[in-house]
Every structure is written in structure tokens, then in C-alpha cells.
Ligand binder design. Structure first.
Ligand SMILES: NC(=O)c1ccc[n+]([C@@H]2O[C@H](COP(=O)([O-])OP(=O)(O)OC[C@H]3O[C@@H](n4cnc5c(N)ncnc54)[C@H](OP(=O)(O)O)[C@@H]3O)[C@@H](O)[C@H]2O)c1
Length: 248
């Protein structure tokens, strides 16, 4: 896809991978809007990236998703790219029954349902653009689940499946559909704070560079680092990777 002159909404773009992508897209001559729940993070992002547009929105709340759409329609009529990037990851131990599920935020709502509804909400608008894109962020854990994050992994597998169907349904329209499949990215807020760098992790900046290169080359599934091997692995290899990350 053409990487300048777009108007791009990045959900969860005040931090981490979304922030690094917004930074690059603005430098390439695009207009960027980021949303998130925490105003302090949004304001900090705007300070760090001059020209960044921010709006507070919890995408898991239907009325806030609708308000976001109306605000974009009123202020950024030319929006042509939606990046479904916002997500959370929670440790859930199902051996404890309902306890962990009840004390944690709803990953299915944030990671899956919101992305589907946002795509559906924006598609009629995007179809009116000559060129448009929907970019869904899944995860390597959608291909090889990590048992400590069972719901997270399942939502990411579902995002992969949904993205394939969406791409098929939008074939022949102005909307291209991309999937971004990060490996472990060590310096984001997904796990609350940055985690130690490892042989299997990359930085948000490296992931953002891979995303920009993948979009530029119309690579519809953009993986990086360890995810590259995971998305093309055989069933036997997937089982080996699963044991590798889960059997301790
Ligand atoms: N880091 C990794 O290892 C990794 C690996 C594979 C895939 N990913 C995926 O990459 C994407 C970005 O994650 P990241 O690693 O960059 O982590 P991050 O820094 O925590 O970014 C996630 C962003 O989503 C926002 N968000 C969460 N819930 C939201 C909601 N209900 N409404 C609006 N915004 C919301 C957060 O801001 P607020 O809390 O302020 O709302 C945050 O800015 C996620 O989809 C994640 O699953 C990450």
C-alpha cells in the first residue's frame, strides 16, 4: 500500500507497538489518530509525537465505539486506514475455576469483539475511499498458544481466523486487509511493564519497522522474529513449539 497521505486510526496507539507505528507513519506524511483509555498516556504520546491526534475511548464499550466513529466522521472524514491494535493480556488459571476470570478485565471483549465491531462500523466509510486498509494485530500466540494466557491466545487465534474471512469478503473492494503477527515484544506495556529482552523477543521499534515494510510490499500477513516460523509451521512443528514454551 501507499505509505503517505493516509489518515490512520490506531486503537491503543498511545503506547507500545501502536505508538511506534504512529511515529513512523507521521514521519512518512500520514495523519494519525490514536485512541486509548488513559488520558495521561495519550497526552504523553502527543507530546512525544508532534502532530499526533488523540482521543480517549474505551473500545470495549459500544457507546464509546459509536462516539469514536461519530467524532472521526465529523473531524477526519478522509480516514482510510483502521489499525485494530488495542489489546490486553492476562494470566488466567482455569484450574482455579472462575476466580481469575472474574477478577480480570474481559479479554474477549477487548481483544476480539471490539475489533470485529470496529471493523464492521468503519467498513461502509472505508469502502467510500479510493484506497483503504484494515490492519488487525493478532499474535504468534494465536498460532502457538501459551497456556498461562489461555483466553488471550484464543482471542488472537480468532483474530487470525476473522482476518482471513474479512479479507475474503472484502476482495474486489477498495479495502485491503492485513494481519500483523508480532512475536514477544519486550518494551511495551502489555505485561504491565517492559520484560527482559530475550533471544525470542524484539523491540516495538523493530516490530514497527517490519509493519511498515510489510504494508509497503502488500504483504498481507506481517510476521517478525519467532512469529515468522510459527505462521508457516507444520502440525508437528507447532506441537514442538507448544511444548517448548509451555513444558517447564
Ligand atoms: N508485546 C507483545 O509481546 C505482543 C506480542 C504479540 C502481539 N501483541 C499485540 O500487539 C498489540 C499492541 O500491544 P503492545 O504490546 O504494544 O502493548 P501496550 O503497550 O500495552 O499497547 C496496548 C494498548 O491498547 C490500549 N488498550 C487496551 N485496552 C483498551 C481498550 N479497551 N480501549 C482502548 N484502548 C485499549 C492500551 O491503552 P489503555 O490501557 O490506556 O487503554 C495500550 O495503549 C496488542 O493487540 C497485543 O496483543 C503484543
Amino acid at each position: 500500500m501507499e505509505l503517505s497521505g493516509n489518515t490512520v486510526l490506531i486503537t491503543g496507539g498511545a503506547t507500545g507497538i501502536g505508538f511506534a507505528v504512529a511515529d513512523r507513519l507521521i514521519k512518512l506524511g500520514n495523519t494519525c489518530i490514536v485512541c486509548g483509555r488513559r488520558l495521561d498516556r495519550l497526552e504523553e504520546a502527543r507530546k512525544r509525537i508532534p502532530g499526533l491526534n488523540i482521543i480517549q475511548c474505551d473500545i470495549s464499550k459500544e457507546e464509546q465505539r459509536n462516539a469514536l466513529f461519530e467524532w472521526i466522521d465529523a473531524n477526519f472524514k478522509e480516514m482510510n486506514v483502521l489499525v485494530n491494535n488495542a489489546g490486553i493480556q492476562r494470566k488466567i488459571n482455569l484450574a482455579e475455576g472462575m476466580a481469575d476470570i472474574e477478577k480480570n478485565e474481559d479479554e474477549i471483549e477487548i481483544n476480539l469483539r471490539s475489533q470485529i465491531y470496529l471493523a464492521a462500523r468503519f467498513i461502509p466509510m472505508l469502502r467510500r475511499r479510493a484506497k483503504a486498509a484494515i490492519i488487525n494485530v493478532s499474535s504468534g500466540l494465536g498460532f502457538v498458544p501459551m497456556a498461562a494466557f489461555p483466553i488471550y491466545s484464543a482471542t488472537k487465534a480468532a483474530i487470525h481466523s476473522f482476518t482471513m474471512s474479512l479479507r475474503q469478503q472484502l476482495k474486489g473492494t477498495s479495502i485491503s486487509v492485513f494481519e500483523v503477527i508480532p512475536p514477544t515484544v519486550h518494551d511495551t506495556e502489555l505485561k504491565g511493564k517492559p520484560i527482559p529482552k530475550s533471544d525470542y523477543s524484539i523491540s516495538a521499534a523493530e516490530m514497527a519497522d517490519a509493519i511498515i515494510a510489510g504494508l509497503r510490499n502488500d504483504q498481507y500477513e506481517i510476521a517478525a522474529g519467532a512469529s515468522k516460523g510459527w505462521i508457516s509451521a507444520s502440525r508437528e512443528e507447532l506441537d514442538r513449539f507448544f511444548s517448548g514454551i509451555n513444558d517447564h
